[in-house]
Design a protein around this ligand. Sequence first.
Ligand SMILES: Cc1cc2nc3c(=O)[nH]c(=O)nc-3n(C[C@H](O)[C@H](O)[C@H](O)COP(=O)(O)OP(=O)(O)OC[C@H]3O[C@@H](n4cnc5c(N)ncnc54)[C@H](O)[C@@H]3O)c2cc1C
Length: 530
Amino acid sequence: MKRDFSLLAGRHFDLLVCGGGIYGAWTAYDAALRGLSVAIVEQGDWAGATSSASSKLIHGGLRYLETYDFKLVRKAILERQLLLKLAPHRVWPLRFGVPIYKDSRIGTLQLKAGLMLYDFLARLSGKNMAGPDIAHRHFDRAAFARRFPALASDGLKGGFTYGDAQTDDARLVLELIAGAMGAGAVCVNYCQLTGLMESGGQVCGATVHDQLNNKSAQVLARQIVYTAGQWTTASQPGRDWCRLSKGVHLVMPGTMTEAALLLTAQSDGRVFFMIPWYGMTLIGTTDNDYKGDIEHVVVEKEDVAYLLAEANHYLKTAWTEADIVGSYAGVRVMKRSDHASPSAVSRDWELQTAGNGVHYSIGGKITSARGDAASIVNTVCAQLGVDAPCATQSRRFPWAPETNYDQWSVAVNARANRLGIAPESTKWLIRRHGKRVEEVLRSIEGELRLAECIVATLPFIYADLLFCARTEMVIHLEDLLRRRMPLLILAQLSEGTLRRIAETVAAAMGWDEAAINREVATCRSGPCPR
Ligand SMILES: Cc1cc2nc3c(=O)[nH]c(=O)nc-3n(C[C@H](O)[C@H](O)[C@H](O)COP(=O)(O)OP(=O)(O)OC[C@H]3O[C@@H](n4cnc5c(N)ncnc54)[C@H](O)[C@@H]3O)c2cc1C
């Protein structure tokens, strides 16, 4: 994946996409697969905003059944099942536990009814879709406590488990960008769309600014789609269409390694999760109306206090602030609504088209972004007079292995084992790189020390780090350590460790001593703003 700003000028694109989060990535990939000439620009790094700050779930959204949002749940479950099939390396099954206590807001019968409906909607999504065991199960008090030993057992009556799925959100975006490039799209990160060009009141192109070399260019495009997330509100008419809410996650030590928990907050009755990810535990999320600076979305003291208190209510051994390993914040964009609480606003998505013909993607979810992007590209094709069907609902992901996934995984595991890679590292290598893991393993054959873990508590190995630096359009150390390999939120890295990592990739990145110092200083200047 090579960045080349010069490819943007002097061509007349069918479609220019502004914003490289999940919606932009799916839109560019889908449009390129349909044969359109496509460009996508991202002002920062791929998935630099909300699309790397999610709960990482590919889920139907059990909680939306409470608000009777059956259409949304059905759509999301359908997409979940599709992604599990098309991208077994990128989207993997995750079981959730839901404990029931004496004072639980939702009792056994109501929960059972909801889970039966959830399973039913999954079955409706297609009999011939292979998938993991997703059906819910009930456990009595003792059995549930055994499954989730970290949970407080006072007042526990029992609980259910049910199936959903999980991903690495930033890598999902990256893989789609790689797919779009493979299908001919011009994809440039660190490139901001700074103005629109119009002819006869209709948009015909845009000015884009190369953030790395401080150059601008004019890009001609017949259609323009904004998938700009919270930046949609930076100007009219976007402000009128959106409501913003902030969501924070804390990263805690790994207490649950295989299954997640869906819990109800005591203070406000909201649903929140405790989720295993790369061996650590994510707690999230908050959901508060956001009117702050869209450029700097930060974790605040109140967010931390809320999440710790709510999690501790359920834990045998309480966590303190000293246990927090990392944190991150993101902004949800939702359709405008008058609901008092942002949690009550529908997570559904819509496309708005302004008077000058620019299309704006509003709201949505990582889970359903593929289907929503297909609608975007249908609209674009209709405007262009192109008759080309969507291909993404049946096409395996760009990095999905071509052979039987289970057999392929067994073979990769055996090979990795011979190279001295720990099984936990191999599991994540496969999920992170899909079939490209073979290239990572090849690099270790010539240099066995690359199989070592970078940080003892996490599964990431040096060969992976170098592979990302060499092949994944990394510009800054923060791109590498927050989105390609999320060490910055999953561990507290000392200056020495950051320097060691920067020196390891310096040759691949073309960094001299001054650049290493700069990159390390940026990573140390505090938690990533988003
Ligand atoms: C806390 C939280 C948890 C969530 N959890 C889940 C979950 O578990 N599962 C799920 O399915 N969904 C989840 N969501 C929802 C999901 O994360 C979002 O719907 C999705 O990431 C939005 O993607 P996007 O592409 O619209 O926006 P973004 O990811 O924000 O991307 C917009 C991009 O546009 C770029 N941009 C803006 N202006 C310009 C410009 N002028 N030029 C160039 N680039 C520009 C920005 O830099 C940004 O990268 C969650 C959301 C939040 C906030």
